[in-house]
Design a protein around this ligand. Structure first.
Ligand SMILES: C[S@@+](CC[C@H](N)C(=O)[O-])C[C@H]1O[C@@H](n2cnc3c(N)ncnc32)[C@H](O)[C@@H]1O
Length: 445
């Protein structure tokens, strides 16, 4: 399957093409900048700072050990206090007794891929942020099935005879939606579940290999003492679909060439992650081939800490921004759904969730910019009338202006500049040229 992605990968550091990924367990070396990318238990780790990220994870594991040991000591100290009623003692004992096993099962997942707790620890505890999602995806089953209705909602937006093709799922979490989609539309074309957080993907990798995973669920607000710590045996939902691949990478800067995918899926990702999704939707469009499908699902729940009020878009704004980025929305539904209502917890959310199918067309041409400045424009560049070429602030602008003859495309101009050595061959040359074209157009008034 990884072979199916050959030629699509780019180096996350320098954006040079990476070619084919070598078979497991080898990592990858960038021919452009010599950066190396390891695999984590078979999962490619394509992050520009792969080594320091792994150090951070080791330090987060060290903090996890310290914190769970402290919690355990605290719980034992609390439960012996004379004023505790028997059921409170039972609850505290249950969690205290679960702690060592909880620690062991999390650490074992990481130890298996060579990551041990090391170093001074860190205040960043994000490694375990999404454990409840893992339980929802592979643990709750029919007891609290939030997965099937969400999948059905999304499938309901797809046109007849829909095929996934080569697919990227951004912020896939534990990859359950990717797994279900790949099983529903079986093909040997790759379906890549990409996430930045290793824990959910390590769980999924084990399940894909047919090995069971046991993990404690520790709800913050249990319904009863017996539900304060429950050890769950996590289950694969279906046999491994042929195309499913896991990838640790930054979904905000996916390491793939433009137009690599037939389908891009953004499940519960866009409102949570980019600082301003208006700036990220063109990236979703970039990843898709013309006519490719964008499947989106999620509410509009923004983190106030990192999202300015102007960027907390609702559904109507989202549609407008999608259209501006060149998408034609074919079908959508916007319905209430339960979210993380654990069968053990007194707490859960209800969200209004948008499920949507859209097609990549041409980005809207705004009044102020001509069509030939669009990122996907592949036709001849008309010559802008710059009155004083000597006043241009950079020599590269003068070179580009001279090369615009009314027939050359941006790619042709880039090729000439690369051949002359006027631009670095770092994978970004055409982006630079297109940026310069915009400067020239502005200079022409
Ligand atoms: C709300 S969860 C949704 C997970 C999954 N899509 C689901 O529906 O259950 C958001 C996910 O985005 C991931 N994430 C956050 N920032 C990311 C980034 N820059 N690149 C890739 N994934 C990211 C988190 O690790 C988490 O798995």
């Amino acid at each position: 399957v990884v072979g199916g992605l050959s030629g699509l990968w780019v180096c996350p550091a320098c954006r040079a093409a990476l070619g084919a990924l070598p078979p497991e367990p080898e990592g990858l070396r960038c021919p452009g900048c010599d950066a190396s990318y390891p695999r984590l238990g078979g999962i490619p780790l394509l992050l520009a700072d792969a080594a320091s990220i792994q150090d951070q994870w080791r330090r987060q594991l060290a903090s996890f050990v310290v914190e769970t040991e402290a919690a355990e000591r605290y719980l034992w100290a609390e439960l012996v206090l004379p004023e505790r009623v028997p059921s409170t003692r039972r609850r505290l004992r249950r969690v205290a007794e679960a702690m060592p096993e909880h620690r062991r099962s999390v650490l074992e997942l990481f130890a298996e891929v060579g990551l041990e707790p090391t170093g001074p620890g860190t205040a960043d505890a994000s490694l375990l942020d999404y454990v409840t999602l893992i339980h929802r995806d592979y643990g709750w089953g029919a007891e609290a099935d939030e997965v099937t209705p969400a999948l059905d909602q999304l499938l309901g937006t797809l046109p007849p005879r829909f095929q996934l093709g080569t697919t990227l799922v951004l912020g896939a979490g534990s990859g359950r939606l990717a797994w279900d989609l790949a099983a529903r539309f079986p093909s040997t074309q790759p379906v890549v579940a990409l996430d930045l957080n290793p824990l959910p993907l390590l769980v999924t990798q084990r399940l894909l290999r047919g090995r069971p995973v046991e993990l404690y669920e520790l709800p913050g607000h249990p319904r009863s003492a017996d539900q304060a710590a429950v050890r769950r045996l996590l289950d694969a939902p279906a046999p491994r679909p042929p195309g499913l691949e896991l990838l640790i990478a930054d979904g905000l800067s996916p390491p793939f060439c433009s137009a690599s995918f037939d389908t891009v899926v953004t499940p519960w990702f866009l409102d949570q992650v980019p600082a301003d999704l208006a700036l990220f939707l063109p990236e979703v469009a970039r990843l898709l081939r013309p006519g490719g499908a964008w499947l989106h699902t999620g509410p509009f729940v923004y983190g106030p800490a990192h999202t300015r009020p102007a960027h907390r878009y609702g559904q109507d704004e989202f549609f407008e921004l999608a259209q501006q980025s060149g998408f034609e929305i074919t079908t959508s539904t916007y319905d209430a759904a339960p979210y993380l209502c654990s069968p053990l917890s007194t707490q859960g959310r209800k969200e209004t969730v948008l499920s949507m199918h859209a097609i990549k067309g041409q980005p809207a041409v705004t009044d102020s910019e001509p069509a030939w400045l669009a990122v996907d424009y592949d036709g001849p560049i008309p010559r802008p009338h710059v009155s004083d070429a000597r006043a241009l602030p950079l020599p590269i602008l003068t070179s580009i202006l001279e090369l615009i003859d009314g027939t050359r495309r941006a790619t042709d101009i880039t090729r000439v500049l690369l051949a002359r050595g006027e631009l670095a061959d770092d994978g970004n040359a055409e982006v630079v040229v297109r940026g310069c074209l915009r400067v020239l157009w502005k200079a022409a008034g």
